[in-house]
Design a protein around this ligand. Structure first.
Ligand code: ADP
Length: 178
């Protein structure tokens, strides 16, 4: 089985051991995927999030998944897009790495990501895809865990952009596909 794949779906229905939440720094819920995850997990998730004292942009914190099929939620606040010269790419790469490090620390074998920062936070999808894919694939090359990572895009259009970026990546390189 491939260690990495891109699919279209609703991450709240994911059967991965952990799903990632594109949170905000308060960790107290928001719109988009954050709102959908809290709605599906139930009020216990917000209760646990209240104990965490927020989270810095680019870092990550782990909670249980409560009523979600996923056992854990890894919350990471992505950067707000401010035109691209304000450290957005480094912060976004740090989100993906921090989530994967946390998963590894907890022995989590399967992780599903949404497309962090590309909703309300306004990060252009193609640029976000390039950052996300590089961060994920670099991490997987150097680590045995997580065993499997999926990008769960909410729309076919987003998945197309992620797939195109992934294919372009390998077209010009001798790197082995993951
Ligand atoms: P951010 O504030 O980080 O931009 P958003 O939740 O607004 O977070 O959007 C992040 C991405 O998550 C967007 O590309 C959006 O289409 C996607 N998204 C929204 N709901 C879901 C869902 N249920 N499953 C997967 N992805 C989702």
């Amino acid at each position: 089985m491939n260690r990495f794949s891109i699919l279209v779906g609703d991450i709240t229905r994911s059967d991965a051991k952990a799903i990632v939440n594109a949170a905000n720094t308060s960790l107290l819920g928001g719109s988009g995927v954050d709102g959908a995850i809290h709605a599906a997990a139930g009020p216990e998730l917000l209760e646990e999030c209240r104990t965490l004292g927020g989270c810095e942009t680019g870092r990550a914190k782990l909670t249980r998944g409560y009523r979600l099929p996923a056992e854990y939620v890894i919350h990471t606040p992505g950067p707000i897009w401010r035109g691209g010269n304000d450290g957005e790419a480094a912060a976004l790469a740090s989100c993906y790495r921090s989530c994967l490090e946390l998963a590894e620390e907890h022995g989590i074998e399967t992780v599903d990501f949404p497309s962090i920062s590309t909703g309300v936070y306004g990060y252009p999808m193609a640029q976000a895809a390039a950052v996300a894919l590089k961060a994920i694939l670099d991490f997987l090359r150097g680590h045995d865990l997580p065993r499997q990572v999926r990008m769960v895009c909410h729309t076919e259009q987003a998945a197309r952009i992620y797939r195109q970026t992934y294919n372009m990546w390998y077209a010009g390189s001798k790197a082995e596909r993951l």
